[in-house]
Design a protein around this ligand. Sequence first.
Ligand code: DGJ
Length: 701
Amino acid sequence: MQQAKDVLIPLGTKNIDMVFKVSGRDGRLYQAYLGAKLVNIEEIGKLRDPGHIAYATYGTDNLFEPAIRMTHNDGNPSLELKYISHQVEKVDGDVSITHIRLKDPVYPVEVTLNFRTFADEDVIEQWVEIIHHESKPLTIFNYASSMLNFDANKYWLTQFHGDWAEEMRMQESELTSGIKIIDSKLGSRAHMYETPVFFLSLNGKSGENSGNVVAGTLGWSGNFQFLFEIDEKNSLRILSGINPFASEYSLQPGKSFITPSMIFTFSSLGKGLASRNLHHWALKYGIMDASKPRLTLLNNWETTGFNFDEKKLTDLIDDTKKMGLDLFLLDDGWFANKYPRNNDHAGLGDWQENTAKLPQGIGPLVKEAENVGVKFGIWIEPEMVNPKSELYEKHPDWILKLPNRPENYSRNQLVLDLTNPQVQAFVFDIVDGLLTKYPGIAFFKWDCNRMMTSAYSVYLKDNQSHLYIEYVRSLYSILEKLRQKYPHVPMMLCSGGGGRVDYGALRYFTEFWASDNTDPVERIYIQWGYSYFFPSIAVCNHITSWGKQSLKFRTDVAMMGKMGYDIQVKNFTENELKFSQNAIANYKRLSDIIWHGDLYRLISPYEENRAVLMYVNEAKSKAVLFAYTMNTRFGETFNRVLLQGLDPVKTYRIQEINLPPDGRNFNMENGRSYSGDYLMKTGLSVGFASPLTSTVLEISE
Ligand code: DGJ
């Protein structure tokens, strides 16, 4: 019999090619190439070796970790996938979707690999759809969103880990043979101990501007897993997706199982370009309303905690105006009556205004905001319940807890069972109810302060292993419904600090709270970490009284993102107030560059005692540079910093901003003009050699 011909399936962006090959020999799909753009893709067809299997199954001849594993309803544990067809949908000039259909020759099981390519952004999004037509449900145990294969001499993995108040700590290590897993098992959130993001550098370590590197992140707000396996031939397989841990899924005939998206980019010019690719993608496609401006705000959490009344809040609303900020954000503590929310032990779940603190409800606050000309925002934590609450008393079966073991608390609370449609309606109604009663509410902070432990869903009955998956899907379906009704109300994603940071949720949210740790030195590292994968428009940074640094230092750090305040403005000296008002005005003038410009990380705090970065607008006519000196050793000198991203033939004027009110100009470059060429080749002296100092430079054509 004559062997069928190989078929090439190329998917490309401007600078990346990914090529699949259907082998005429065995009808299987192989990943033949992933990397920098090829001049002639057809050459991939000449390779005799088809490459690596594109989506490895279990039960036939695969000896390594499978992308997919299932047991058919006759008990047979094997799956084989052969190519059936593929189809390319051109969505517009930028976006195309390629669907590659695979099928088991023996069982009626189909698996479609889907790739959405973003040509201008050099980003690929991959997800998988699994469907079967067996007579009864089958069980799937593994269901990766993507499987990427690489052949290099060495592999360097950069991962990010942390905990409450220490998010996004960066670690880089060489992968060795065998398996390395980065995952989370927190249930209600992905990120906290491990973040669902990674860099994988091929051959040597990649730098900011050099090296071949893949940046990947999973759009899923629950348990995730990245599995890196190096085989006996030193090939690397990366499996990314929902964490299969304790999550075998019984799939009904004719029903699709759709995985979340794995989002990745490839850069042959290091991590800087990889970040910019992801930022470009996120600004256009990944984050809600990212092309629109954001609201600067004053929050009351750090200053009042749970202890406030109408007068205190009204004063804060007035301070919001006085500072020149856009919005006042009322945090936790405004609700519950039978068990008032006066601390974190009670009240969660009872979303009626607390009449002791706010006898007239929040109406007068919304009104006051309107009167003084600022907006009003409010905190909610709709997925949670305190045992000391009316909700707990009324609906014990709405709560995730084991029927026969003690309840297990974290922050004195439990998680609601979102898989139950009645609970979904309850959560929807919290937001809908507030917006219906107070159409003036212009912002939500949606918190989620705990992970799942001792979790059991009454609603899911015998399908407890669906809980981790269905919880997140239910959350998304509530958010989807809310977004249909309220498409543009800005919402901040928060999770006991930066616990829920992922592109699955950011489709519905405009921004996220990066960490409860607002000490600016800590914050430089935290924000630096997020900057690798998330654009600064989404990263909320507040000026608070954490840390002993000057107000200028704290302000300059918060400015490299979405700036806000959570501080007693009434305790400011006149100079501090003036400084802050001026900084807010500067921020408003420059925020479009910080939010939508290109980020260049110039000096890493992981390498020196300082951090320097800059944002440049698309026209390369304006840039903002932030330089922070954290610590200094005796006699330490700091070299000039080479700028990046400017137009070499343009002339730029350097102006130092956010100067203390005594009017002194600190930076020796202030007022000077240089060509972009000079600034990028000779550099600038930025910052100081004294600890805990900072400089912000506005660079204009
Ligand atoms: C945790 C958040 O990170 C804080 O900003 C604050 O909103 C508290 N929750 C309120 O309980």
